[in-house]
Design a protein around this ligand. Structure first.
Ligand code: ACO
Length: 209
């Protein structure tokens, strides 16, 4: 067992409903595949380039292997692979990756949310819960994220939860077919006033359910 894994986070209430975050499950296969294939146009511009076509990469039969490799990384303490639920329904993923301990105690965070629940505060709430978990039970000191400058919605999420911009990484990640520039944002535990969830609540973006 590693600090902070497994865990159930939330709920936080936002405009869209009740947001919870929990470890991915084998039975997420159908919802994951259906949303990922349906929302291809919404997701693909921001996602790592695949070596097989999108539909094949997201076929329902792909999930068990992906699930097992993510859970194996979680058991080794390298990752926190979680699902986002809105009112009890799978609607996206939030992943904490490259968890490094020792003197660094750092990780990255990444996420996606289905198109039909966009703009309702779901990702903002999930990232706030994820950060509080990283800085609390998981014992991390720094969390970073990278985002394409063109990704206005994701930049709004990162801004909402208090990330600070550190710089522009040129041709950093192979996303949507090419190496793309990414903004690097980060936060250390010293920068969190109480908890990130409390910041959202004080700002009127969420309430404890
Ligand atoms: N243009 C400008 N602003 C927008 C747009 C848009 N097209 N769409 C949404 N926004 C704003 C909203 O107004 C809101 O800002 P506000 O809170 O300041 O009013 C913010 O973006 C969205 O906030 P939420 O509702 O909490 O976010 P949502 O649940 O809609 O999820 C997300 C946003 C995760 C970026 C979603 O659109 C998505 O999954 N996109 C595709 C995948 C992706 O880009 N993932 C992130 C990659 S980067 C990373 O993981 C660090």
């Amino acid at each position: 067992r590693h600090p902070g894994w497994p865990a159930e986070l939330g709920p936080l209430r936002v405009a869209g409903g009740l947001v919870t975050v929990r470890p991915i499950r084998l039975r997420d296969a159908a919802a994951w595949s259906r949303l990922r294939i349906r929302d291809r146009a919404h997701l693909e511009p921001w996602e790592p380039t695949g070596d097989v076509p999108w539909e094949m990469r997201h076929h329902i039969t792909v999930w068990p292997g992906l699930y097992r490799s993510l859970r194996a990384e979680a058991r080794r303490g390298h990752m926190l692979p979680m699902a986002i639920e809105l009112d009890g329904e799978f609607c996206g993923q939030i992943t904490v990756g490259n968890v490094v301990r020792g003197a660094l105690r750092s990780a990255w965070i990444g996420y996606w949310v289905a198109k039909h629940v966009n703009g309702l505060g779901v990702a903002t709430a999930a990232v706030a819960l994820g950060l509080d978990h990283c800085f609390g039970p998981a014992g991390l000191h720094r969390v970073e994220a990278t985002v394409r400058p063109e990704n206005v919605a994701s930049r709004a999420v990162l801004r909402n939860v208090g990330f600070r911009e550190e710089g522009l990484l040129r041709r950093y990640l192979d996303v949507d077919g090419r190496f793309r520039d990414h903004l690097l944002v980060a936060m250390t535990v010293e920068e969190v006033p109480g908890s990130v969830s409390d910041v959202l609540i004080r700002g009127g973006r969420a309430t404890w359910a």
